[in-house]
Design a protein around this ligand. Structure first.
Ligand code: PLP
Length: 344
C-alpha cells in the first residue's frame, strides 16, 4: 500500500521510538503535589533553552497562551495583537476567559515593529491607553511561517517596556525560527516577559507545550492552570517525550525547511499555483490558487483521493506544512501527483 503523504500540519507527526521507549520507563509522581521529577526536568530544560527562570508544562499551546494573558492582565485591559495572530484568530480564551479586549495592530507579514505599535497608541490624542500586554508570534503561522529576528523582537520589547506594557511571545514554532536564523532560541526570547513553545508540532512529541518566564510569573500561571482544570498527575509520562523532543528534534528542523523551499519552488512551476518563495524561511508553504484551477476546498478534496493531504487555508490559499514524517522523496511524489491531477 502506498504511504499517505500528510502535509496538513506538523501536528500530525508521530513520536519517535526514543520518545516511546523513554515514556515507557519514565519515573513519575503526582505533579499537582510537585512530585513528578520528569515534569520538573522538562520544565527546567525548557527554561534553560529559552533563557527564562522557570517553565510550566501545559496540555496545549492554547492553554499556555491563555495562562500568559491571565497572568499579565486584568479583566477590561486591552491587549495588542496582530490581526492574523493565532492567539486572536483561532483562540477564544483572551476574550471568553480573561475578559480582555484585543487591540489590533498591523505588521509587516506578521513581523511587528515599534512604529506599528506606535501608530496604534492612543496616548497622543490625550486618551489614556489601557493596553497592558503585547502578543508576538514567531514564527508567524498565517503569514507563511515568517521569522522575526532577535533585533526586531528586542525593538518591540523595548518599546513595550517604555510604555508600561508586558510582552508575551507565542513561540509555538519558535525553534523553527531559531534554526532558520542560526541563533539559540534564547536570543529570540530575551526581551519578552513570557514565551510559550509547542512540543507537539514540529518537535514531534505526542502532547504538550511549555510556558516560561520568571519565577513569580510561573507561580501565578501554575495557580491559573489549576483553576482551569489543567493540573495533571503522573504527567511525567508525557513530559518524558517532551524532553526527548527538546534534546533530539530541534537541529533536524533544517531538513523540513529545505523540503519546504523545494516544495515551494516545484509548486511555483505548476500553472495556476502561485507561491511567494521569498517568504519561505521555515516549514510552511502557502499557495495562491487561480480560481480556474480549483478552489482551495476542491484542491484539498481531490488530492485526498490520492492520499495526499493538504489544508485549505482560506478562500484563495492552500497550506502545505513539511515535517519529520514527510521525506524529500514524498515531497517530490506529492508534486508529481498534483501535476497529474491539476496539470493541463
Ligand atoms: C498551534 C498553535 C498554537 C496552539 O497550540 P495547540 O497546542 O494546538 O493548542 C498557538 N499558536 C500558534 C502560532 C500555533 O501555530
Amino acid at each position: 500500500m502506498k504511504k499517505r503523504i500528510d502535509l496538513r500540519s506538523d501536528t500530525v507527526t508521530e513520536p519517535t521510538q526514543e520518545m516511546r521507549d523513554t515514556m515507557y520507563t519514565a519515573v513519575v509522581g503526582d505533579d499537582v503535589f510537585g512530585e513528578d521529577y520528569t515534569v520538573a526536568g522538562l520544565e527546567a530544560l525548557a527554561a534553560e533553552m529559552l533563557g527564562k527562570e522557570e517553565g510550566l508544562f501545559v496540555a496545549s499551546g492554547t492553554l499556555g497562551n491563555l495562562l500568559a494573558v491571565l497572568c499579565h492582565t486584568r479583566p477590561g485591559d486591552e491587549v495588542m495583537v496582530e490581526k492574523k495572530a493565532h492567539i486572536y484568530y483561532f483562540e477564544g480564551g483572551m476574550t471568553a476567559v480573561a475578559g480582555v479586549k484585543p487591540w489590533i495592530t498591523s505588521s509587516d507579514k506578521g513581523i511587528i515593529r515599534p512604529d506599528h505599535l506606535q501608530s496604534e497608541m492612543r496616548g497622543a490624542s490625550g486618551l489614556k491607553s489601557n493596553i497592558s500586554l503585547v502578543c508576538l508570534e514567531n514564527t508567524h503561522n498565517l503569514w507563511g511561517g515568517t521569522v522575526s529576528t532577535a533585533q526586531e523582537t528586542d525593538a518591540v520589547c523595548d518599546f513595550a517596556k517604555q510604555n508600561g506594557m508586558k510582552v508575551h511571545l507565542d513561540g509555538a514554532r519558535l525553534f523553527n525560527a531559531a534554526i532558520a536564523l542560526g541563533v539559540p532560541a534564547k536570543e529570540l526570547t530575551r526581551g519578552s516577559d513570557s514565551v510559550m513553545i509547542c512540543l507537539a508540532k514540529s518537535l514531534c512529541a505526542p502532547v504538550g507545550s511549555v510556558l516560561a518566564g520568571d519565577a513569580d510569573f510561573i507561580r501565578k500561571a501554575r495557580g491559573w492552570r489549576k483553576i482551569l482544570g489543567g493540573g495533571m498527575r503522573q504527567s511525567g509520562i508525557l513530559a518524558a517525550a517532551g524532553e526527548v523532543a527538546l534534546r533530539t528534534m530541534v537541529d533536524r528542523l533544517a531538513e523540513d525547511h529545505d523540503n519546504a523551499k523545494l516544495l515551494g519552488k516545484e509548486l511555483n512551476c505548476i500553472p495556476g499555483i502561485k507561491v511567494d518563495e521569498s517568504i519561505i524561511h521555515t516549514n510552511l508553504v502557502y499557495g495562491l490558487l487561480d480560481p480556474s484551477l480549483a478552489t482551495p476546498g476542491e484542491f484539498e478534496m481531490k488530492l485526498r483521493q490520492h492520499d495526499v493531504h493538504i489544508f485549505a487555508a482560506s478562500q484563495t490559499e492552500v497550506r502545505f506544512c513539511t515535517h519529520k514524517d514527510v521525506s524529500r522523496g514524498q515531497i517530490l511524489e506529492a508534486v508529481s501527483i498534483i501535476k497529474q491531477v491539476f496539470g493541463k
